[in-house]
Write a protein that binds this ligand. Sequence first.
Ligand code: COA
Length: 177
Amino acid sequence: MLEIGSADWPPAPIRTERLVLRQAEARDRAVFLELLGSRRVHAYLGGARPRAELERELPDVPGRSPGSFVVELGGAMIGLVQLKRVSGHHSPAAAGKADLGYLFLPRAWGSGYAAEACAAALGWFGGVHPGEPVVLTTQSANARSMRLAARLGFEEVERFQAWGAEQWLGLRPPATP
Ligand SMILES: CC(C)(COP(=O)(O)OP(=O)(O)OC[C@H]1O[C@@H](n2cnc3c(N)ncnc32)[C@H](O)[C@@H]1OP(=O)(O)O)[C@@H](O)C(=O)NCCC(=O)NCCS
């Protein structure tokens, strides 16, 4: 089971109609602090970490790992899309599969940017790991995230209780050639 994108990470920046997806750089640190410290962003993710703790512990270049894309609009970071392989998942159906995650600044919600960025990241994933499905876990109460998952083609596998809330596990079948 290959690490995600490990053979050819980072790819050249991916350009969509409005966005650029690229590897994280040192200049993104301030937006990482904003994103990771935002209570709104973490309302369905168990709460944000305290700002002082983030300032102390965040590396100089946060978010640099294969499958982790900074999303840029007009030259500034607005969010993060990550594809990670999860070995110890709550649901056996998700174990070992690539898992999609997304976090966007609230000021960037409601414009279709997350959908545009996730579709591009999934397209990249399909190219480097053809034939592999992708899973996604989100709180079922997270209405925006649930709508995005459906828009991206994820289908419900199951719901389960974890982290004090009902979680929704979706799976996106690989594209057929
Ligand atoms: C989940 C999250 C990424 C969704 O963001 P979002 O902006 O609602 O998602 P989308 O990119 O799909 O945008 C869809 C909205 O943009 C609107 N929109 C406006 N212009 C658009 C355009 N040109 N193209 C597409 N949609 C457009 C759509 O109508 C839709 O609005 P609606 O949901 O009110 O119907 C965001 O809420 C977030 O970062 N939340 C915090 C992190 C989180 O909870 N992550 C989940 C765990 S993985």
